[in-house]
Design a binder for this molecule. Structure first.
Ligand code: UDP
Length: 482
């Protein structure tokens, strides 16, 4: 299959990429956008005005599209329906509703404007959580691609629940019951997404994740950020229900496939990243434990203390990301504790509020990753060949954590003791198991094998690269038909 630059007579397609406006959704969709630009397509990336402001602020006031990495991607904004001085809110129902109603209107106006500029939109790639975008695409007669930011396993689990196809074993009790889903290993209830567990406190989110399937069949394409070699059984078993094309792992190209050496950072940070690379370079003789819980989870003071004391007792160097987003009641306590902790461990570790994670994971000083198992962090750990210690918090992280330990065998899970709290001894012991023991050697070996396979999927002619090519050619075919 030839690339687009070998077919000059074809007008370049214009793809609009629209992620849910949060870090974990913007990152993979921006990486996909960059892949499309490399295939010589025009790409417009959509976000909200509020998020755009944050991106600019996080990059010291430099508009995101003028930084090298995003220079070929046009960034356009829509309204999220909230006033600029609106306080941060956790009312997910309200956020999603305003985005759909007000954001939807401004998105329609934007599509009209883009079309009127003479570079008609050829396809809209929309985040699976924004299924109303597909209705707008239909209204304009534009083909659309549903983009899943989760693993195919999680996608399949949600689909089976949505379709009422899950029968729990009658003996299901205390989270130990077996749930059988074709193509997946046997799951306990505690391996499922927190939204599917009886303790779920986020009913609107469960509705949103299940609702993504209500109109999925109307999308022209279904794309997933995974790769065939990683989730073959999961992809095949769902193939007769939903045909998903894997196009990942979507991490900055320079660190994996090398197709685009300039792509060294995702370029969509919502917090200002600390420059910790020089610090890491001083640690070559003592490999570093990297600790991060992603962009959403906020750990309780108790959890922070147990992790801190476990890290310190392990005596390994560490780099720890703690976003300063605690409740007012906890803020002072945590701040005081961390101040003392940082002073005591000055020679051992560094605590930052955000970092360029993919560069950190690929740094030669990196020893292991203590992660919450967000899907991006999971793929980034596999793509970097790093062993991991998992400490899942909510959402799909429990399922990812199970796969890491039992299926891909690149890590171990922290055992939760009382009320989901992990003790400092367990943290220390688990870090030592990975950093010092035979088990750690095996985990690293497995992780490096996954890194090789991830790279193979993304290099020219690899399984994911072929799927991206196929998508591009089908978009072109639909342009010529229109
Ligand atoms: N990330 C980062 N710097 C940090 C922490 C996280 O760049 O200090 C990035 C990370 O590389 C990943 C994303 O933020 O791409 C987090 O997504 P993930 O799915 O792992 O977790 P979520 O934030 O959605 O819980």
């Amino acid at each position: 299959m030839g690339s687009l630059d070998q077919q000059p007579e074809i007008k370049r397609p214009h793809v609009v990429v629209f992620p849910y406006p949060s870090q974990g959704h913007m990152n993979p969709l921006m990486e996909f956008a960059k892949r499309l630009v490399c295939k010589n397509l025009h790409v417009t990336f959509i976000t909200t005005e509020r998020i755009r402001e944050r991106m600019i602020k996080a990059q010291d006031g430099v508009a995101a599209e003028v930084t090298t990495v995003l220079k070929d991607i046009r960034i356009e904004t829509i309204s999220d329906g909230r006033s600029p001085d609106c306080e941060a809110t956790e009312d997910i129902d309200m956020i999603v509703d305003l985005l759909r109603k007000v954001g939807g209107l401004t998105f329609e106006q934007l599509i009209e404007r883009l079309n009127s500029e003479g570079n008609k939109v050829s396809c809209i790639v929309y985040d699976s959580l924004l299924n109303w975008v597909r209705d707008i695409a239909n209204k304009f007669n534009i083909p659309s691609a549903f983009f899943s930011t989760q693993s195919c396993a999680v996608h399949s689990i949600y689909y089976h629940f949505y379709a009422g196809m899950v029968k729990e074993n009658d003996e299901a009790e205390n989270g130990r019951g077996i749930i059988a889903i074709p193509g997946l290993p046997q799951l306990c209830q505690s391996d499922l997404s927190s939204f599917l567990q009886p303790s779920n406190k986020y009913e609107p989110v469960l509705r949103m994740v299940l609702n993504q399937f209500s109109t999925i069949s109307k999308a022209t394409w279904i794309l997933g950020n995974s790769f065939n070699e990683l989730e073959m059984a999961e992809i095949q078993s769902i193939d007769s229900l939903i045909q998903i094309r894997t196009i990942g792992p979507l991490v900055p190209s320079a660190f994996l496939d090398g197709n685009n050496p300039q792509d060294q950072d995702v370029g969509t940070h919502l917090w200002k990243a600390a420059s910790c690379i020089d610090w890491l370079s001083t640690k070559k003789a003592s490999p570093v434990v990297y600790v991060s819980f992603g962009s959403v989870a906020v750990l309780s003071k108790e959890k922070i203390i147990e992790i801190a004391l476990g890290l310190k007792a392990s005596q390994h160097s560490f780099l720890w990301v703690i976003r300063p987003e605690h409740s007012k009641e906890e803020e002072n306590d945590i701040h005081d504790f961390l101040q003392g902790f940082c002073e005591e461990t000055m020679d051992q570790g560094l605590v930052v509020s955000w970092c360029p994670q993919i560069a950190v994971l690929n740094h030669p000083s990196m020893g292991m990753f203590l992660t919450h198992c967000g899907w991006n962090s999971t793929l980034e750990s596999l793509s970097s060949g790093l062993p991991v210690l998992t400490f899942s918090q909510w959402s799909d992280q429990m399922t990812n954590s199970k796969y890491i330990e039992e299926v891909w065998r690149t890590g171990i899970r922290l055992n939760k003791e009382r009320h989901g709290l992990v003790g400092r001894d367990e943290v220390e012991k688990s870090i030592k198991t990975i950093m010092e023991g035979e088990r750690g050697v095996d985990l690293r070996k497995n992780a490096l094998q996954w890194k090789t396979l991830a790279k193979k999927a993304m290099v020219k002619g690899g399984s994911s690269d072929q799927n991206i090519d196929l998508f591009v050619h089908e978009v072109i075919a639909k342009m010529t038909l229109a």
